[in-house]
Design a protein around this ligand. Sequence first.
Ligand SMILES: [Zn+2]
Length: 430
Amino acid sequence: MKTLIIFCLVAAVSAKHEAYLGWKSYYVAPSTQDQLQSLGGMISGFDLDFLSRAALNREGLVLVKPEYQSGFVAALKNEGIQYWVHAEDVKAQLDLDDQDAEAVSRSTPPKGEMAYDRYQPLQVIYDYIDSVAKNYPNLVTLVTPANSYEGRPIKYLKISSTNFEDKSKSLIFIESTTHAREWITPPVATFTIHKLVENLTNPDMLERFDWIVLPVVNPDGYEFTHNSTRFWRKTRSMDHFDGQRCPGVDGNRNFDFKWNTVGVSSNPCGETFPGGAPFSEVEIRVVRDILHENLDRMVMYLSMHSYGSMVLYPWGHDGTLSNYAFAQQTTAVNMVKAITVRALPDFPKYTIGNSKLVIGYPTSGSSQDYAHYIGVPLSFTYELPGLGRGLLGFHLSARYIRQVVEETWEGIVVGARRAGQLYGPSNRYY
Ligand SMILES: [Zn+2]
């Protein structure tokens, strides 16, 4: 009997990540703008899934299904694009990642407390948010504006030393986990809450600003990556035309700005399917409503993603710059400088710029562009660090989570100050 139980346990462990049997992952390193663009052109033909976007002088990391590997490699050779294998066996590497995560984080913190030596399941994040709201009622208001497609609450915190009543204060909005698999992003959001509420070392952050922090935009997808399919990116909705067979929509292509024009997959099974209509996803409508409800005071919006070590700004659909480009660039430079002071040498250096120009590939219907389009002056996509050369595995080892959240917080502080200076109450000339 005992042997049978052990056998079943072993079988259960090895059955995990089975969806990725035979898959490989490759680093790709285009060295010219032409190569970068031709790489973008290969995405739909080979059904490529970039975990980390390539940029010039910055290798990307891409997942390739078994049936496309030989064609993809031939195409890379044909274009002269440098590449090398990251994982010969994606499933085996995911199993190793799981072992690493277990080795790093051993004891479980008490309910309502947050540890930064491990990735954070949805319930842990929600327990934390609930407890912060309960323990700091003078600073924090918990809002649950809607339930996700599968019925999970979507929760965010409004953080203010003046109960959101001082309309002369500027407001900053941070959200994360639109893309379900980007597990390094919700710790950045919860750490922001921690630094604003429980461990306030930068008091001007509360004196000058009100904050909205939404740690998990896409709770259904996030749960799915923990319980079933590690690289799930989209929502889990099924009410679009092929939803039964291929659920989900790319939330960061679902906003109503140049929706469904470029950089999307018209195939509902594709990773960048923009949905049947703009704002088809309830999760994305929550982000939209926060943007609109607070537009008069919102000076900066940060959308957290991973990986890539990039700070990107509009316009993503065509690579042109808005009238705010100088402010966007200088704010991004200042944020990245503050991060770099704290960064580990292992981490790739941050790249800054217009999102299309940096990744060489357009995106439409993104939150970054939509927020800027409706009037948020500083609207950035953060691609958090990870997966540079020398960092193995598919998610950044849990031993680096604290590093990432601490260095990113330094960037957020500097960005907030700069946003306040440029677009705060005494200087609202836009
Ligand atoms: Zn993302």
